[in-house]
Write a protein that binds this ligand. Structure first.
Ligand code: PEP
Ligand code: MN
Length: 337
């Protein structure tokens, strides 16, 4: 619910109204910055009688928000949210570039690849230490050792690190060591995990579930935000359709839709969408043209021997070419890369 007040409403009256809503267990969010005259109500607003509120002389308008998501809703926050990760902004003019292997395989491997992707222009390093694999017999990730290898790579290159958290019992390890916590596609609706990352103030990269609608995805972000963490970055990584030529189907329409419906940044993962390194460049360039705030791309310097997702991993030299072309497209759409 959005409540608009008269410009000259006396502060004491505003406070009274706010208190009244707070007493109804509603969260009151100011919308217009320093000179508040609009606020949003989040919670069970079905108990608020619209006519009663409208009868208050300081109120000029009361509007119910039709969408089930509130804190993520652009109506509650007209400006774009820019998520800050150690000085790197996601959601601003510059498109953020995250690259690295699917899995951390050793300290030496991740440090080497971090240096290579940095050289090509990456702003951040990705690497999985806890891997959500379809088969229980497949490599499950190096765990804590992998996280510490990522920390070494950050120390050597200065690149902030992004890694996937699969279970809330590892959250302290992630709060201490990782710069962006990734919630994988398979955990997009793991509500306890969403609440747990919501109670931290770490930026969260929220991947879209394999079979989830846009509204379900935004509601997952709402879970995180409802706990107090507003640093949510959406990540489209392809959805499951009837098509089997590609690993998943990259849904680029989500970029303008997420930007219209929410104020949060959105980045694209062409690697898990395509499943094939030959398609990554085209999809990345299309994502930039469509207004993506960033890309997260799997890069490996020995894809034939990668421990996971080698077929979709770019070699550093191909990644470098992609970055050069991406810069040109970014320029055309008024961004930089
Ligand atoms: C990954 O980033 O390596 C990964 C497993 O991604 P997703 O959750 O999108 O499948
Ligand atoms: Mn992968």
């Amino acid at each position: 619910m959005i409540i608009t007040l008269k410009k000259d409403a006396p502060q004491a009256e505003i406070n009274k109204l706010v208190k009244r809503f707070e007493n109804m267990d509603l969260q009151v969010t100011m919308i217009q910055g320093a000179n508040y005259n609009v606020f949003g109500l989040v919670g069970d607003t079905s108990k608020v009688d619209k006519k009663n509120v409208q009868a208050n002389p300081i109120v000029t308008n009361v509007q119910r928000v039709a969408q089930p998501y509130k804190l993520a809703n652009r109506m509650f926050h007209p400006e774009d949210t820019i998520v800050n990760v150690d000085g790197i902004q996601i959601g601003g003019k510059k498109i953020a570039l995250i690259a690295g292997p699917c899995s951390v395989e050793s300290e030496e491997q991740i440090v080497r690849i971090a240096e290579e992707v940095k050289e090509c222009g990456a702003d951040m390093l990705r690497g999985g230490a806890y891997k959500p694999r379809t088969s229980p017999y497949a490599f499950q990730g190096l765990g804590t050792e992998g996280i510490m290898d990522l920390v070494s790579a950050r120390e050597k290159t200065g690149l902030p690190i992004v890694s996937e958290l699969m279970s809330a019992d590892k959250i302290d390890e992630f709060i201490e060591n990782v710069d962006i916590i990734q919630i994988g596609a398979r955990n997009m609706q793991n509500f306890d995990l969403l609440k747990a990352v919501g109670r931290t103030n770490k930026p969260v990269l929220l991947k879209r579930g394999l079979c989830n609608t846009i509204e379900e995805w935004i509601m997952a972000a709402e879970y995180i935000m409802a706990e107090g963490n507003m640093n949510v970055i959406f990540c489209e990584r392809g959805i499951r359709t009837f098509e089997t030529y590609t690993r998943n189907t990259l849904d680029l329409a989500v970029i303008p839709i997420i930007k219209e419906r929410t104020h949060l940044p959105i980045i694209i993962d062409p690697s898990h969408a395509a499943g094939d390194y030959k398609l990554i460049e085209s999809l990345s360039l299309a994502a930039i043209a469509a207004g993506a705030d960033g890309l997260i791309i799997e890069v490996h310097d020995d894809p034939e021997n990668a421990w996971s997702d080698g077929a979709q991993s770019l070699k550093p030299e191909r990644f470098k070419d992609l970055v050069a072309k991406g810069k040109a497209i970014a320029h055309v759409v008024g961004r930089s890369l």
